[in-house]
Write a protein that binds this ligand. Structure first.
Ligand code: F0G
Length: 402
């Protein structure tokens, strides 16, 4: 059912319209995920000339009326950086990094969080809750602070990067740890919101999160002034790949573009249930004990698996699997060849390019989802401070330069 502010909420499984997204963002009839469909008219000619910071320039494509007052930290509008030596090394001419680590809390999560917290505010919600491997927690905590709401985050007790936890505490969230992984944390918050209606669920099952994150697609098209051949990104709980695909489909529906990129979802070898479903052709099966150095995507039961499989199949893309060693090597090379410090999960799509062997002429965009400053521990403590006895000792030990 269409609302006065120009959108409707529909189940992706049975197509049933939903009255409201509360409490757990799933369909009351079949339990599947909900999706926002815009019913308002969008003027494609003025699409890229909106005003406002970051994602809010595209307010006409968001589920709000024009007079909405966003809860914003000026998220989005991140750089699309062309890579040089790294691109050459993987046999590509046009490889870009969409540097979403430059968002206010250092990850792409801020895009969706701004939209979902804005929605929560209009609903009069008091407390926001999420499960997280770290970045969602940091982002939720910051936007809750900005909105004057309480934030509750549930994380795996072990294995969350200390920088991300530190952010959540600094922004004033209550932090709870489960003895288990992200999948158990998510099951716990689902339980919580179903039992206690004081809490509003902020994981990417919340369709407003997806609306904010879809804007990455608009920005990529605008910054490149063309549609890339491939968009390659890490997949954990599978919200972002679903969102970016929604963004490109909307641009096509509006007649702004007539082709769409192939989406390639990248997972770590020990946490690759979606890639397994794609390569085997078998139905999706969750993985009990996901393992990878890339803690952000250490997820065995991605809640948006169905949307992600659709995105990959409809776009004609694929899934790739990379080992922890390949991730860390790509992370090192990105820092040292491009000056781009990303966290391990965000290095996964770059690592995949080494083996995907895409055609040299292809235009490829990798989503650099999170800032490497959040997690410096995954270098394995390989920093060595050399003694500076005097200036001669430095000059002598440097030897010849590259
Ligand atoms: N990259 C980073 C840096 C992430 O933090 C995440 C997810 C992903 C990629 C995967 O995105 O879940 O939309 O497929 N992090 C979540 C969190 C799970 O709690 O911060 P996805």
């Amino acid at each position: 059912m269409s609302r006065p502010d120009g959108w409707e909420l529909v189940c992706i499984g049975c197509g049933t319209p939903a009255e409201t997204e509360l409490p757990d963002s799933t369909c009351r009839k079949c339990g599947d995920l909900l999706e926002i469909r815009l019913t308002k008219g969008i003027d494609s000619r003025s699409f890229f000339s909106g005003e406002g910071p970051g994602i809010w320039r595209f307010k006409q494509a968001l589920p709000f009326t024009p007079d909405v007052e966003p809860v914003s930290l000026e998220e989005g509008g991140t750089p699309l950086v062309r890579t040089g030596r790294f691109a050459t090394g993987v046999g590509l001419h046009d490889l870009y990094a969409k540097n979403d680590g430059q968002n206010p809390t250092g990850s792409f999560k801020d895009r969706g969080m701004s939209v979902a917290v804005t929605r929560a505010k209009t609903l009069g919600v008091k407390a926001l809750v999420c499960a997280s491997t770290g970045n969602t927690a940091a982002s939720l905590a910051a936007y809750a602070a900005k909105a004057g709401m309480d934030a509750v985050v549930v994380v795996p007790r072990a294995g969350v990067a200390s920088g991300k936890l530190g952010q959540a505490f600094a922004y004033g969230a209550r932090v709870f740890g489960v003895e288990g992984n992200f999948d158990q944390a998510l099951a716990t918050v689902f339980d919580l919101v179903r039992k206690d209606d004081r809490f509003y669920l902020m994981n990417s099952v919340n369709p407003f999160r997806i609306e904010g994150q879809k804007i990455t697609a608009y920005e990529i098209y605008e910054q490149l002034a063309r549609v890339p051949d491939y968009v390659v990104l890490p997949v954990g709980n599978a919200g972002n790949i679903s969102a970016i695909w929604k963004g490109f489909k909307e641009l096509r529906k509006l007649g702004i573009i007539d082709s769409v990129p192939k989406l390639i979802g990248v997972q770590a070898e020990g946490a690759a249930p979606l890639a397994a479903a794609i390569s085997s052709g078998e139905p999706f099966k969750p993985l009990e004990e996901p393992r990878t150095v890339a803690s952000a995507i250490r997820i065995g039961n991605p809640v948006s698996w169905k949307k992600a499989l659709n995105a990959i199949r409809e776009s004609g893309g694929g899934a790739a699997v990379v080992t922890d060693e390949e991730i860390m090597e790509a992370k090192r090379r990105l820092s040292q060849e491009e000056g781009l410090l990303v966290e391990a999960a965000s290095a996964a799509p770059f690592a995949a390019l080494v083996k995907l062997k895409l055609t040299r002429e292809a235009t490829v965009v990798c989503i650099a989802t999170g800032n490497g400053l959040k997690d410096l521990s995954d270098h394995g403590g390989d920093y060595k401070i050399e003694p500076a006895v005097d200036s001669d000792s430095i000059a002598n030990s440097i030897g010849s330069l590259r």
